[in-house]
Ligand binder design. Structure first.
Ligand SMILES: [Zn+2]
Length: 538
């Protein structure tokens, strides 16, 4: 049985048995692929014997081959929906915001925008008056803050959604109002934002399908072979099916639908029965929960309040309800991933897992973990709870603590920002990712950032540099540890016979190249599930 494909590269980091580089006496490595699986790993000499009549040989020359990179936290379809309209990532102040909105294109009369940094308000309240000035009273506009957990709507948008005042929700979420009860336009958390997103104009399905396919190809060009998708929003199940009707899905997607407060027994049964639903290169795997919101939005659940007296509670009106839901999902054998940003939120999830039979058998992971003390950090390894972190999110803070995130928390807690290294040093599994569209999806940039604690190619002061990862720890975050965090270490994350043929090749070696240079490395090959999804791009 000859292989479909043989990939040859000067160096192969298999990450098998911890880390074993190719035998130095045999400088060229070879990997054979058949039916979407790795069939053999060896030397170029071995590969001459493997070759059959139909075998395609891809010789990558001096490139370095590693297991296919997997983004541990991404929102491709939901993100495209969030990323509809004007990208405000370059906006630094209110004048810049007003100028960007004034020239923004309209969709069915709406101004849609996203990626706005809280720091742009410069301490002013997030209030619709600052944008109604320039858009006029009758223009519906919906501006998403970069954290994805809050938005600013104009009066016309609020009217279109029927929002006239405060609302009560089954979870912590707020329609912020002026003292006279008039909504300010600031909508905090999904339940509040969803009132408006329900009436936003949408692009037709075929355009959204093609946009998702294009996005996934761009991700593959940066070296991604897969992603843990932390939502089933943006009609992603419909879109991936539509893509697979005619094409290969460029990334292996592991999709975790949300379980929000108030889901109920019937909803939990449905989430359990959705598990394992799959196509050729995707499956529904796990459920995503939130235990809190964000530091900047005042909705992270903190052990002590922030400087505005906020952050004193989680998303669930009764935290015991969260614990009960995780217990029920665990009884169904469902894996969970919980968004927990504040230290109290993380503690509550760890307490929840600690109370499960067998500590949940490694099935329950925590996303984000933005500020945390050592005592709680040590519990991750003890309880077998994988951590999933996005190092580049710390770029929204500044080393001198003058940013909105650090100001809210104060210096002591800001010094415990994104403790990637502590978690690794205490033996935890640490998957890395981007949380696209919250930060850029390019894994080269995230790998470099994890080592530098600043963006590659900049001279910005590093944020909490003692938490920098070694090159191997960073690479493991996208490979072996991503696989463990998803409970599939026997199927992916290493280059070994019988595992899924997910491969990434870089021109520069992620384990030895200077990280600033590595962030710009060419990516000669990406293969997802045995199919070449990028050849020489980026
Ligand atoms: Zn996310």
């Amino acid at each position: 049985m000859s292989p479909d494909t043989i990939v040859l590269a000067r160096t192969v980091h298999t990450l098998d048995d911890g880390h074993r580089a190719a035998d130095p006496a045999a400088p060229v490595g070879a990997v054979a692929v058949r039916d979407g699986l790795i069939a053999a790993v060896g030397t170029a000499a071995d590969a001459r014997d493997w070759r059959g009549p139909g075998t395609e040989v891809i010789d990558l020359g001096d490139a370095v081959l590693v297991p296919g990179l997997v983004d541990g936290h991404s929102h491709p379809a939901f993100g495209l929906e969030l990323a509809t309209g004007a990208d405000l990532s370059a906006v630094r102040d209110l004048d810049g915001l007003r100028a960007a909105l004034a020239r923004a294109e309209r969709l069915d009369g709406w101004v849609l925008a996203w990626n706005l940094d809280h720091n742009a308000f410069g301490g002013h309240p997030v209030h619709r008056s600052v944008i109604e000035d320039v858009l006029g009273p009758d223009t519906p506009a919906f501006v998403r803050l970069y954290d994805g957990h809050s938005a600013l709507a104009t009066g016309a948008a609020l009217r279109a959604a029927g929002i006239t005042g405060a609302r009560a929700f089954a979870q912590r979420a707020t329609v912020v109002c002026d003292p006279d009860g008039t909504p300010t336009g600031h909508l905090i958390e999904h339940a509040a934002m969803d009132l408006v997103t329900a009436v936003l104009p949408r692009l037709p399905l075929d355009r959204r399908r093609d946009a998702l396919h294009d996005l996934l190809l761009t991700m593959a060009a940066g070296g991604l072979a897969g992603a843990h998708v932390m939502d089933a929003g943006g009609d992603i199940l419909e879109l991936v099916r539509a893509i697979e009707d005619t094409r290969h899905l460029p990334l292996r997607l592991r999709i975790a639908p949300w379980c929000m407060p108030g889901t109920g027994a019937e909803g939990l049964r449905e989430l359990a029965s959705l598990q394992g639903e799959s196509g050729r290169n995707w499956l529904v795997g796990g459920v995503k929960l939130f235990v809190d919101g964000t530091v900047e939005g005042g909705s992270a659940w903190l052990e002590r309040p922030d400087c505005h007296g906020e952050g004193t509670a989680g998303l669930w009106l009764d935290p015991a309800e969260y614990t009960d839901v995780v217990r029920q999902l665990d009884a169904y054998g469902v894996r969970t991933a919980t968004h927990a940003i504040g230290d109290a939120g993380v503690r509550h999830v760890l307490d929840t897992v600690a109370a499960l039979p067998g500590h949940g058998r490694g099935r329950h992971r925590i996303e984000h973990i933005e500020t945390l003390g050592d005592e709680q950090a040590r519990r991750f390894a003890r309880l077998g709870v994988p951590a999933s972190m996005q190092p580049t999110h710390s770029a929204y803070t500044r080393a001198d603590h003058t940013d909105a995130w650090s100001t809210r928390l104060g210096p002591e807690r800001a010094d415990r920002a994104w403790i990637c290294r502590t978690l690794r040093d205490t033996g935890a599994t640490l998957a890395l990712g981007s949380d696209w569209p919250i930060a850029h999806h390019d894994p080269r940039g995230v790998l470099a950032y994890a080592r530098l604690r600043r963006h590659a190619g900049t001279d910005t002061a590093p944020v909490n540099p003692g938490q920098a990862l070694t090159p191997l720890m960073a690479l493991e975050g996208y490979t072996t540890h991503a696989a463990r965090a998803a409970g599939e270490p026997d199927h992916t994350g290493r280059i070994a016979p019988g595992l899924r043929a997910d491969l990434t090749a870089f021109a520069l070696d992620p384990l030895t190249a200077d990280p600033d240079a590595f962030a710009r490395s060419a990516v000669p090959l990406t293969m997802s599930n045995g199919v070449v999804t990028n050849r020489g791009g980026a």
